[in-house]
Write a protein that binds this ligand. Structure first.
Ligand code: SF4
Length: 509
């Protein structure tokens, strides 16, 4: 066990015995992704590199939630799993238990390198250049050995993306890699210095292309640069994008290149964790009754996607209400993955789950299982409730301003009215609409609302709850959404969003 756990244990005990205050505990606990909630219980954040988690680990997490008297798991927009409502005396046992199951908490928060992202459909999407999840996993393991990666001026967010489809997402990371081939060799286009939150910004292009053997060197260079040049006096100006702002883009690129030139890494780049071809070979036939119902067709139309693996293998999306799952639901999901012969699942940035490889012949059985066992999950988007992406908000989060989940629910009910039972319209537009909207309970932007087409950011105006509306003008994903002039009341913000959607999709009702 990492010696840092000794300090965490001491401070948790001191907190329980009222020898230290919550703020002092936070100093030690935040780098482990452990934060006190508004209700006094604790949230513990497990980092899941690339959002790729084995069915066994998913079940282990469910067991730990039960054993340690937590309430539920929340899937975050950065593909972490947050265990919510952990009693203070259970925090350390839970952290130790899940760490032993290869689910680490170190770096889940604080001034550290955070969970490294990757697209949930990496390796199975037709537009992939190559699967990037192994790189997210490999870099995570490598960075655990870099002391400076845990002593940074502020957080460091890294993401891998499998094609130019997600180039705009790579450009809003502190360090973003996009898979690209050159002369038949795999490599990456690289952006640095982007980020969401105060003064959100796209990063600058660092490399048009580097060979894949250089990605760890690139990450090491940005880590060292940030360690040396990030503002340690003003937390509000500490992220890498403020170095870019302070010295200018050209000087930042020059500085980065100086670090890159002097950086040497010795890690070899083999021994990936998994092989998709092996995984697809494991797929089984589960009992497959054929529910030739309208509901099944709707599910297939809305939640089942083709893959690049073969015409016989599909991906299935499970929409998780508000990103929250209780332990029983998690075990049922792990059981389903086992039955389908799929030894892993993926966490999406919309707080949902993706089963990436499901054999066509078992789709009906897959649906029947979900329909019978998980009837508290809406399989066919009967309602938008629980499906509009928001952060957890101020009822849970201690530093939040507004209850963003309630705002998401308010908007969801109006979306239900908008479609007024029209299934064809919903099948046509619902997914697009849900991909456009993000709601954050404060300017910390945990839902990434500045990168959404329509973003809402909670604030108080004269003590009353309001939302700042962020809008992307036009379809260029390489432009951040722009905050509109006046904050809106909750009702006005809801109606404005509905109005915008009606205009965009020419919906009349
Ligand atoms: S955006 Fe604000 S309210 Fe929402 S989870 Fe982050 S800090 Fe909390």
């Amino acid at each position: 066990m990492n010696p840092q756990y000794d300090m965490l244990e001491k401070h948790l005990n001191d907190f329980i015995n009222e020898k230290i205050k919550p703020q002092e505990l936070k100093h030690t606990s935040a780098p482990f992704g452990i934060y006190q909630q508004r209700n006094g219980m604790f949230m513990t954040r497990i980092r899941i590199p690339g959002g790729h988690i084995s069915a066994k680990q998913f079940r282990d997490a469910a067991d730990a939630i039960e054993k340690h008297q937590a309430s539920y798991a929340h899937l975050s927009t950065r593909q972490d799993i947050q265990v919510q409502d952990v009693p203070v005396d259970q925090v350390l046992p839970l952290v130790k238990e899940l760490t032993a199951h290869q689910m680490p908490f170190i770096g889940g928060g604080g001034n550290t390198f955070r969970n490294i992202m990757a697209p949930p459909d990496s390796g199975v999407s037709a537009c992939d250049v190559f699967d990037v999840i192994p790189y997210a996993q490999r870099l995570t393991r490598t960075m655990y050995d870099w002391e400076k990666a845990f002593k940074l001026p502020r957080k460091l967010k890294i993401g891998f993306f499998a094609s130019v489809r997600d180039e705009h997402l790579a450009a809003i990371q502190d360090l973003g890699f996009i898979a690209a081939m050159q002369d038949g060799k795999p490599g990456f286009k690289v952006y640095g210095g982007g980020g969401m939150g105060r003064e959100s910004a796209f990063g600058v292009l660092l490399f048009d292309w580097i060979p894949e053997s250089e990605y760890i060197r690139c990450a090491k260079a940005i880590t060292e640069l940030f360690y040396d040049h990030g503002d340690r006096n003003n937390r509000m100006q500490a992220r890498i994008r403020f170095i870019v702002k302070r010295i200018g883009k050209e000087a930042f690129i020059k500085l980065f290149m100086e670090y890159f030139e002097k950086t040497v890494v010795s890690e070899e780049t083999s021994s990936w964790n998994y092989d998709l071809n092996n995984c697809s070979a494991n797929l089984k036939n589960i009992a497959s009754p054929a529910p030739a119902t309208q509901e099944y067709s709707t599910w297939e139309n809305m939640q089942v996607y083709p893959t690049s693996i073969s015409d016989e293998i599909f991906s299935v999306l499970l929409r998780v209400p508000n990103g929250n799952l209780n332990s029983s639901q998690m075990k049922q999901i792990a059981d389903l993955a086992d039955m389908a012969g799929l030894n892993f699942i993926r966490l999406t940035t919309e707080q949902n789950l993706l089963f990436p490889l499901v054999q066509k012949s078992i789709l009906t059985g897959f649906y029947s299982y979900l329909n019978e066992k998980m009837n508290d999950i809406d399989l066919t988007l009967k309602s938008f409730s629980g499906n509009v992406v928001s952060c957890l908000g101020a009822t849970v989060c201690k530093i939040g301003i507004l209850d963003s989940t309630a705002m998401a629910q308010k908007l969801a009910l109006r979306l239900d009215e908008l479609f007024n039972g029209s299934l064809p319209l919903k099948e046509k537009y619902a997914e697009k609409i849900l991909a456009m909207i993000r709601i954050s309970g404060c300017m910390n932007s945990c839902s990434c609302h500045p990168s959404a087409d329509i973003g809402l950011q909670g604030l108080k105006k004269k003590g009353e709850p309001h939302y700042n509306l962020f809008l992307r003008i036009g379809d260029n994903k390489f432009e951040l959404s722009v905050p509109q002039e006046k904050p809106l009341s909750l009702d006005a913000a809801t109606e404005k969003v509905i109005e915008l959607l009606k205009q965009k999709f020419s919906i009349t009702s």
